[in-house]
Design a protein around this ligand. Sequence first.
Ligand SMILES: [Zn+2]
Ligand SMILES: [Zn+2]
Length: 766
Amino acid sequence: MDNERRRLAIKGLVQGVGFRPYIYRLARDCQLTGWVANHSGGLQLEVEGNSTGIEKLLQRLPLEKPPHSLILSIDSEVIPAEGDSDFEIRESTVTAAQSTLVLPDIAPCNSCQAELQDSRNRRHKYPFINCTHCGPRFSIIDKMPYDRANTAMDQFPQCAKCQAEYTNPEDRRFHAEPNGCPECGPQLQLCDSKGKVLLTGLAALNETFASLASGKVVALKGVGGFQLLVDAGNSQALQTLRKRKQRPHKPFALLYSSLSAARRDCRISELEAKLLTSPARPIVLLEAKPEANARVHELVALGSPDLGVMLPASPLHLLLAEEYAAPLVATSGNLAEEPICIENTEALRRLGKIADRFLLHNRRIVRPLDDSVLRVVEDRPLMLRRARGYAPLPITQAKLSQQALTQSYLALGADLKNSVALSHNGWIYQSQHIGDLSSATAIEHFDRTIADLTGLQQRRPQTLIHDQHPGYSSHRWALQQQAPRLGVQHHVAHLFSCMAEHGHSGAALGVCWDGTGYDSSGIVRGGEFLLWDGKSQVEHVASLRTFPLPGGEKAVREPRRAAAGLLYEISGYMALQHQLLKRCFTRSERRNLVTMLEGEVNSPLCSSAGRLFDAVAALLGLCSQSSYEGQAAMVLEYSARGIQSSDSYPFDLYQRQSKWELDWAPCISALIHDEGKSLPQRAAAFHNTLANMILAVVNEIGERQVFLSGGVFQNRRLTERTATLLRERGFTVHCHSQVPPNDGGIALGQLHYAHCMAAAGQSAGD
Ligand SMILES: [Zn+2]
Ligand SMILES: [Zn+2]
C-alpha cells in the first residue's frame, strides 16, 4: 500500500507545554513516521504512513492536546513520501518571522508536588522541581523559539539522569526546558544584607525559617522578581518592614501554604478558591474572618476587612510556606512604587537597607513580573493588576474587518499603572504591569518592556498610540520615535478597553470614572459619560459638576484638599469656617487655601469621581491624608461593608449647553448634616447615591449597551449596585474582568479604539 505524507503547521500556544512529546507519542501510536520541531511560528511536523493512521492523528490531535496548550490553527498540505524509518523530534528551525505565543509561569503540578514531598525521590525538597506541565516559562525565556538554549537554563548543563529524562519521550520531563535536579540545576543561597554567603542548599532554607521566626525581613528571589517576607503575626517585624519600605499603610499580601490554611483565616467562595489554586496563583482579595487575628497582625492590612492572599506559585514558595506553617507577608521587593528587583546584585544594592537576609538562587530572572491581583465582583473575577501567571497570554480581539485587523499598533498606556500592548493579526499582546512611570528606573523598565514585547513577537508596529496628556512620559516617549502616532483621550481609552474585553464595537455608552484624565478643556476629568456611535464618533455626553482642587496634584495624596474644594464650591468663603477644615488644616494653611481658591491659583477644576470619593472620605473623618493611591476610596468602601440599606441622598441632573451635568451638591449637603445615621450608613448612602446618579444619566441618554470603566469601578459596592440598578431597567451592563478597570487597561482600549477607527476608514496616526 502506498504511503501518504503530510506537512502540518500548528499555530498557537504549542511551545513549552509538552506538545512535541505529545505529537511524538501520538504519531507512534498511529504508526506514523516523520518528525516534529518547534519553529518561531509555532510547531511544524511531517507525518508519513497509511491514510487511516494520518486521519486518526488529525482527529485525535486537537482532542488530546496537553493542558495549558492552545491551538489557533492547523495548516496541512500533502507532500511526496520520503520513506523515513522512525518518528523523531528534531532541533528547532528558525524560519519566517511570525508571532508565536509564550506561556506564562505555571505553579507546581500535582505530580511535582508529590515528588517534592517524597523523601525517596531524588528531587525531595528541591526548590526548582518542574516538568512539562509546570514551572517557570515567561520569566526565564530570552527569545523564541522556546528551547533550553534560549532560556535562563542555558547555564545549567543537565546531569546524566536529567538528560535521560529530557530525551525520553515516555518521561514526563521529556523536553521540559527548565529541567534540573540538586546535582545539576539551580541552587539556593542565603546571604546577609552585604551579600556575604551564609549557607547554601537546604541549610539556607532552614536558616530562613529561623530568620523569619526571629522577626527578620527576608528578601526572596521569587518567580518574577524579589519579594520581601516577614512573619504575618509579628508586629515588630511588620513595623520594621513598613518603615524601611516607606509604606506606612498600603496592605501587604499574604502567602499561605494551602487552600485549607487560607480558609482558617478567610471566607473563600468557590470562584475565589478556583482563582487561588489556578496555575497563575494570583493574589486574591478575600474577606478576613475574626479568627484571622490569631495569626495575622492588624498591621498587615490596616483598617481593611479584606486580606490579599496567594498560594505558593513555585516549589520554593511551597517549601517555605509549608514548613513555616504560619502565614507570611509576601510583598514586592521594591522601594515604594519602583519596579521590582530581579537580579541578585541589584537586589542587594536596592534592598540592602530593607532586608536582613537574602534567600537567593543562581537562575536568572529574565524580566520582572509582579504578582497579579484579583478580586471577585459581581461573581466574576476582576483583574486589578495583570502580571505573573497571566502575561503574556494574548487577548482575542473584537471581530472587525480583516483590513482593520492587519494593522499592527503599539499602545503605550497611561503613566499610572502602566502597561503596554501590541496588536497583531487579531490578537492583542498586553505586557505585564509595569507600574508608575515616575522614576528613571521605571522609564528604563518601560523601554525594556517595549523592546521585549516587540522582540518576542518579532513585530515592528506601524503606529504608536499614546494618551493625550502632554505631561505623560509615555506621550513624550512617543514624540521621540520616528513612527506615525495617534493620541487617544484617556476616558475614550477606558470605554474602548471595556468594549474590547467584550468583543464589542457597536454603539456604546461608557461610564468612565477615575481619578485623573487629561482632555483639552484644562479640567481634571474623571466623572465622564461618553457615547460611541458604533461608527466613528465619540461624544462627551455628561459629566460630574466640577469643583476646584486647591494645591492641584497635591490633592491626590491629601483628600482634605478635595474636601476643601468641594465645600468651597458649595458655600464659597464660608466653607473655610467648616469644623472639618478647622480640624484638618492649621490656621495658616487655611489662609493659604483662601488665597488659592479666591485667586484661582493652583486650583484646577476637576470633575473627578475619584476626588469626590476622597472628599467624602475626608468629610466623614475617615481619611484626610493618604499614603497610597486610592486609599481614601478604599477606606470609604470598607466602612460601608455589611450595610444592606438602599438609603440615598438627593442630587440634581441638568442640561447645560448640549451636555448633562450631575450635581453632587445636594448629596454632600445632606451627608454632612445627616448626623442621625452612623458613619457606615452614611458611607453606604453615598455609594447608593452615585449609583442612582449613573442610572439617571443612562436613562436620559437611552443607549442600552453600558460599559463601566475607570479605577472607581474597582469598588465592589459601587459596581454591583450600579450594575443591578441598570439591569433592573433593562440595560445591558458590561464590566472588566481580564484587564483592570484602572489605568492598567488603558493600552488595550487605545488599541481597540485605533482598530475601530481603522475599520471606519478613519486614518490612524498624525
Ligand atoms: Zn510538574
Ligand atoms: Zn540533574
